[in-house]
Ligand binder design. Structure first.
Ligand code: AMP
Ligand code: MN
Ligand code: MN
Ligand code: MN
Length: 276
């Protein structure tokens, strides 16, 4: 078994269309994959069809943008019913917020001397579910920045000229939404929220108290070698199950290494125990 429970397609800010992503994952040796686009499950039907052809087991997934204490967090929902009406309403409402936020980001970039960002980001995305990744790609294409990293650092990161304070649904509501659709919830990349260790402890306590199930412990290339131990310890301290996922977005960031994430420490209980 080779499991990856976090990745993106063109439905959000990934480079590969859902069916291309599935073929690529199968070639990389992945047996169980969750497609977890930002705030959208629109890629699941095409992914399911490609998965049955490729002999890969697809798990329904979504990476939800949510708010905890004024900060934006990412919660991965897994193995839910994609036809659940309340979940679909929730995601449509976040998608509307994304459209409004994209217009605001574009307005702020124009004020900073960079006009037409929204039109540019729409061309990059090919749809109107715009993420900051699409703005970053446009900033590079238009020659305003040398790479994505610089685009975030100069314009899109918190406190920069193109930053907009997001009003995502609360973490509590987002967790409840996945739970009532029959799924489980994973707090994604716990070390990437730019917070002190004390705040991280508060975040994890709040996540567990609100019914969150698991912590993303193994994340492949996006982790430094020691991060997995730190995440494992956080899962133990807060009584959370453990998940693993590459957060794959593009081929430049290969499926590393060849579709094999570092194994979870053996004392942790995998979040997939009931559905894989
Ligand atoms: P959004 O959900 O629209 O705020 O966009 C968040 C996405 O932007 C993340 O999922 C990452 O894919 C990407 N991102 C955030 N920060 C950075 C960064 N510093 N460098 C590159 N990509 C980033
Ligand atoms: Mn992303
Ligand atoms: Mn994320
Ligand atoms: Mn992600």
């Amino acid at each position: 078994m080779n499991i990856d429970l976090h990745c993106h397609s063109t439905v959000s800010d990934g480079q590969l269309a859902p069916e291309q992503l599935i073929r690529h994952a199968a070639e990389a040796g992945i047996s169980h994959l969750a497609l977890t686009d930002h705030d959208s499950i629109d890629g699941l039907p095409a992914a399911a069809q490609a998965a049955s052809q490729a002999g890969l087991h697809l798990i329904s997934g979504v990476e939800m943008s949510c708010d905890w204490d004024g900060r934006s967090l990412h919660v991965v929902g897994l193995n839910f019913d994609p036809d659940n009406p309340a979940l679909r309403r929730h995601l449509h409402s976040v998608q509307q917020q994304r459209r409004e936020r994209a217009a605001q980001i574009s307005h702020k970039l124009a004020q900073a001397g960079l006009p037409d960002a929204l039109a540019g980001a729409r061309v990059v995305a090919g749809h109107d579910q715009i993420t900051r990744t699409h703005f970053a790609a446009w900033l590079v294409q238009a020659g305003h920045c040398k790479d994505t990293k610089q685009a975030f650092k100069r314009y899109l990161a918190a406190g920069k000229p193109g930053a907009v304070k997001s009003q995502w649904p609360s973490m509590t509501d987002s967790l409840a939404c996945i739970a009532q659709a029959g799924g489980v919830t994973v707090l994604a990349h716990p070390l990437r929220y730019n917070m002190t260790a004390a705040w991280r402890q508060r975040m994890l306590a709040a996540f567990a108290a609100a019914g969150g199930h698991a912590l993303e412990v193994s994340a492949g290339a996006s982790q430094k070698p020691d991060d997995i131990h730190q995440c494992a310890q956080l899962a133990r301290e807060h009584g959370l199950l453990a998940s693993q996922g590459s957060d794959f977005h593009s081929l430049e960031q290969r499926w590393i290494p060849y579709g094999r994430l570092a194994p979870l420490p053996s004392d942790l209980i995998p979040v997939w125990q009931h559905f894989v």
